[in-house]
Design a protein around this ligand. Structure first.
Ligand code: PMP
Length: 361
């Protein structure tokens, strides 16, 4: 009964539950090391944890449907009015709200080859046309993306840093791109991993909201803030754009626990710094290990790295047998590659040992 454009969607395939995998591999659940979803290996911020514990007592009540307190905290932090924010059930939700508010069948959305898998899903779910622009050195070819914007294009999705490749562009390059795109086309700058960029790489996109009324920043609490399971993300945009997105948003899409946790995590500087440092040290450790194994890898500005093993599916199975879950990225057209999340020193070491064994097998 579904329209052809829905039947044509290839579903997003999440990893198997750890319990199921442990059973299949004949391993204890506690011995499974999951490095497949770019989660924070330090868990959640202790401040967020306390906030969640306190909020459990109120779970019989609906959440604040406007997320007033979180928006107030975001507004203070970013220096942008509360009317510029849209809260999402994860930033995934935000991406879908953009598609729903700005695309129709007959219009198109532009994104890069190797870009985050949800962009084509969001575009296709509306019955709009996908324009996938060939990547350059695994990253976004911004000039080609600007060229690909056609008369029917309403949205461009851009991830910086990008998942699964970890590639990134400088702030100057992104702003030059914004100048090239007509202002009646929404540009979504997905900054899910921007907190992991080094001080030299980092830029502040927030002031651009003043100059580019077609810009939507998409951010998440799932990565460095450690709240992936709670599902909370947000968009910051011109108030008129935020208004349209809020019109198509499901009421109460951001739940009570997520709202209080995000608000607490936002100000937990100590936790953020520790998470950043853990990733920086872990990235160096993983790169050293991959180099020692003679494996090619793509320079990454995120909390994960893609590396080339040749037989991605085979090496993945041999890692799974040792209880180590990484992400095969054949679905992105990179069957010879795997992606691993950067973790703590001990977990990184276990991964590298397992990888060495998997490659020998
Ligand atoms: N954007 C990018 C680039 C991502 O990698 C992810 C998570 N894999 C998301 C958005 C969505 O994350 P969430 O819905 O948990 O905020």
């Amino acid at each position: 009964l579904a329209p052809e454009y829905i039947r044509a969607i290839s579903p997003y395939v999440p990893g198997k539950p750890i319990s199921e995998l442990a059973r299949e591999m004949g391993l204890n659940e506690a011995d499974i090391l999951k490095l497949a979803s770019n989660e924070n290996p330090l868990g959640m911020s202790p401040k967020a944890q306390s906030a969640v514990t306190a909020a459990v007592a109120e779970l019989a009540r609906y959440p604040d449907g406007n997320g007033f307190a979180l928006k107030q905290a975001l507004s203070r932090r970013l220096g942008v009015g509360q009317e510029s924010f849209v809260l999402g059930n994860g930033s995934n939700d935000v991406l879908e709200l953009i598609a729903r508010a700005f695309l129709t069948p007959g219009k198109s959305g532009v994104y890069s080859q190797y870009a985050f898998a949800v962009y084509p899903l969001a575009i296709q779910s509306i019955g709009a046309r996908c324009i996938e622009v060939p990547a350059r050195n695994f990253g976004h070819d911004l000039a080609a993306m600007a060229d690909a914007v056609g008369a029917d294009t309403r949205v461009v999705f851009l991830a910086n840093p990008n998942n699964p490749t970890g590639t990134f562009h400088s702030g100057e390059a992104i702003e030059s791109f914004l100048k090239l795109v007509p202002q009646d086309v929404i540009v979504v700058l997905d900054e899910a991993y921007n907190e992991y960029m080094s001080p030299e790489q980092r830029y502040d996109a927030v002031p651009w909201l003043q100059r580019y009324p077609n810009l939507v920043l998409s951010r998440t609490f799932s990565k460095i803030y450690g709240l992936a399971g709670l599902r909370i993300g947000y968009a910051a945009a011109h108030p008129d754009i935020a208004d349209m997105m809020n019109r198509v948003r499901a009421p109460f899409n951001a739940n009570s626990l997520a709202l209080v946790a995000a608000e607490a995590a936002l100000d937990d500087e100590e936790f953020l710094q520790r998470s950043y440092e853990t990733n920086r040290a872990g990235m160096a450790q993983i790169i050293k290990g991959l180099d020692a194994l003679g494996l090619q890898h793509i320079p990454s500005a995120g909390n994960f790295i893609a590396f080339k093993v040749g037989d991605g599916a085979g090496v993945n199975v041999r890692l799974l047998k040792q209880g180590v879950i990484v992400r095969p990225i054949a679905g992105y057209g990179m069957p010879e590659w795997l992606r691993v999340t950067i973790s703590t020193e001990a977990e990184n070491a276990r991964f590298l040992d397992a990888l060495a064994a998997a490659l020998k097998a």
